[in-house]
Write a protein that binds this ligand. Structure first.
Ligand code: PLP
Length: 396
């Protein structure tokens, strides 16, 4: 039995065409900083990748900083913006500590960095609440901004629920008071259109392995008026913003994966949304509406097209995930596993998801290669597993 991969928000297999585009750069070698023909070839590849990524994301090439992935891009932005400070220089009481505004549904790559600002840099951390659908209210989040606010973080879309946040609206309110906004767009880029300049954010993080590009490369877009201090020190590459010899083949692969997505954007979005809804509909048909409860927004425009998070009330999530694995479906629990004990997901907790769904919610996420046959077969395997677990444990 082959496993059906419905865990693409964790990572995606590389697109063979992306691999082909990268191959010559790996085989040729060449340091883009070297002043000889081999180096120049590498530099051309790197700069073409930078331009292509900038074009797809509606940024300028000079605003693209290559990183090792989403985690590094998020950290670079958060610790950098924390030093830049409030750009309008609004009068603030010097006796008050600096403040950062965030929310409880950020990925740990942002949440932990923000927590560090609190625990080791003396920042006050204020987090906006989210509604039952996992979205913040932009105006309520903006009410937390003060003259002491150095930065605010709001992700573009959530990795567990697929909820798309009111980012442009929040960034507009933050810009009015001069507060730079960082967005973790790791789950948005390569899935829904992203326009860096229109969003109005200061910095934006993306990661190639989430959209059929290679692992180990990402970008931080840095708006040109933001002078972001570096986190690493070394050879001064990328204008000193992120030194270290750039991984040319990986950058080329990231650009190619984004180009492939853009070329198919309408087909992928339409097919993903159809298959996501087919998956939910088939689960509901097999188990009944009260045994399959969706976590996340109702409105299609606030949902990633390829993410479905559902709770199976009364079913133990750990057992479910294990049985799904044995039953040939790869999915993910909306929870963090620490020292053997699975903790409820902070995202679902913040959404005030009822207790019987907190530990029974599973994320299914589709990729570019997911077919209708995959979804139909996976749904039947999931229904069988949920029925078997429920029969074994009795009504939950
Ligand atoms: N941000 C979000 C929303 C994610 O889903 C992930 C990966 O799971 C990351 C950041 C981290 O990205 P990377 O794995 O490239 O470090």
């Amino acid at each position: 039995m082959t496993t059906i991969d419905l865990d693409h928000n964790a990572t995606t297999p590389i697109d063979p065409e992306v691999l082909e585009a990268m191959r010559p750069f790996w085989l040729a070698g060449g340091n883009p900083e070297s002043r000889h023909a081999v180096g120049r070839l590498a530099r051309r590849g790197l700069e073409a990748a930078r331009e292509s990524i900038a074009q797809v994301l509606h940024a300028a090439p000079a605003e693209v900083v290559f990183t090792s992935g989403g985690t590094e891009a998020n950290n670079l932005a958060i610790f950098g913006l924390a030093e830049v400070g409030n750009r309008l220089g609004l009068p603030s009481d010097p006796s008050l500590p600096p403040q950062v505004v965030s929310n409880p549904v950020e990925h740990s790559a942002v949440a932990e960095a923000v927590a560090q600002l609190g625990s080791s840099r003396g920042f006050v951390v204020d987090r906006a609440e989210v509604g039952a659908d996992g979205r913040v209210d932009a105006a309520s989040m903006a009410e937390l901004l003060r003259p002491e606010t150095r930065l605010a973080a709001l992700m573009a879309a959530n990795n567990e629920t697929g909820a798309i946040q009111p980012l442009a609206e929040f960034a507009r309110l933050a810009n009015e008071v001069g507060v730079p906004v960082h967005t973790d767009a790791v789950q948005c880029v390569g899935k829904v259109p992203v326009d860096f300049h229109r969003l109005g954010v200061a910095t934006l993080a993306a990661s190639a392995h989430k959209f059929h590009g290679p692992g180990g490369v990402g970008v931080l877009l840095v708006r040109r008026d933001i002078k972001l201090p570096p986190r690493l020190f070394g050879g001064g590459q990328q204008g000193g913003r992120r030194p270290g010899t750039p991984a040319v083949a990986l950058a080329v692969g990231m650009a190619k994966a984004l180009e492939r997505w853009r070329a198919e954007i309408d087909q992928r979005s339409e097919r993903w949304a159809r298959l996501r809804d087919l998956l939910e509909g088939t689960l509901v048909a097999g188990l009944g509406r009260n045994r399959v409860i969706r976590n996340g927004p109702i409105e299609p425009e606030y949902r990633l097209p390829q993410t479905l998070n559902v709770g199976f009330p009364g079913v133990d999530g750990d057992a479910l995930l294990m049985q799904l694995d044995l039953g040939g479906v790869a999915a993910s629990l909306g929870s963090a596993c620490a020292s053997g004990a699975t903790e409820p997901s902070p995202t679902l907790l913040a959404m005030k998801v009822p207790k019987d769904r907190l530990r029974s919610s599973v994320r299914f996420s589709l990729g570019a290669g997911t077919t209708e046959a995959d979804v139909v077969e996976a749904a039947s395997r999931i229904v069988a597993v949920v029925c078997r677990i429920s029969d074994a444990t009795g009504p939950g």
